[in-house]
Unconditional design. Structure first.
Length: 202
């Protein structure tokens, strides 16, 4: 899987995500900044921006992001982003089932994708001594997808389970996280609207 991802072009990666119904966005090479002003639409790609083949031209090194919180026939796409590995080990066993899980070299299984029936503001679970433990990314957020290279040191994002996002709800996700983090002291939840020009990406 890893070797095949390295052989694919940014356009290939973008088309693979678009084929899933994801709204893809070109991002700077080895970085997280969107290279276009993005907006939400109801389809996998808003053609009023530019066609995918124009956004990911041949020979140009780019990362590929995708928007969360976009309405589809299956629901709203949500990314459970596990920022802290200690907390991730508590959270993974409690999450609802999904067949769409990815991460990057050295930090696999850190992005769990779901479709939910409702949209919501980004939610960050923060512990006073460890910082952000995880984020629930929905409305007005963006995530780097498989095929991107980022981090310190730069490493390749790749699928751990390459299937369909699970179906769930915000209530089910929050109850799962409550169970997983019930013994974590000093935990708070911060809700925010990032704004697409400052979209949250990892």
């Amino acid at each position: 899987m890893i070797s095949r991802l390295f052989m694919m072009t940014p356009y290939d990666h973008a088309m693979a995500l678009a084929a899933r119904g994801f709204s893809v966005v070109p991002c700077e090479a080895k970085g997280k900044r969107s290279l276009v002003q993005v907006k939400y639409g109801t389809g996998p790609w808003d053609s009023s921006l530019q066609p995918i083949f124009n956004a990911f031209p041949a020979g140009v090194d780019l990362n590929v992001g995708f928007l969360t919180g976009v309405r589809t026939e299956k629901g709203y796409l949500v990314d459970v982003d596990l920022d802290d590995e200690w907390a991730a080990n508590l959270i993974r066993p409690c999450l609802p089932p999904t067949e769409a899980i990815f991460g990057r070299a050295g930090r696999p299984r850190t992005h769990y994708l779901y479709y939910t029936s409702n949209n919501f503001l980004r939610m960050a679970y923060i512990q006073e001594s460890r910082g952000i433990l995880l984020e629930l990314r929905s409305l007005d957020c963006m995530t780097l997808g498989p095929g991107s290279i980022a981090g310190d040191p730069p490493s390749l994002y790749a699928w751990d389970i390459d299937g369909e996002p699970g179906q769930t709800s915000l209530l089910v996700l929050m109850k799962a996280l409550d169970r997983a983090l019930s013994r974590v002291n000093g935990l708070c939840i911060k809700r925010s609207l990032n704004g697409l020009k400052r979209a949250s990406v990892d």
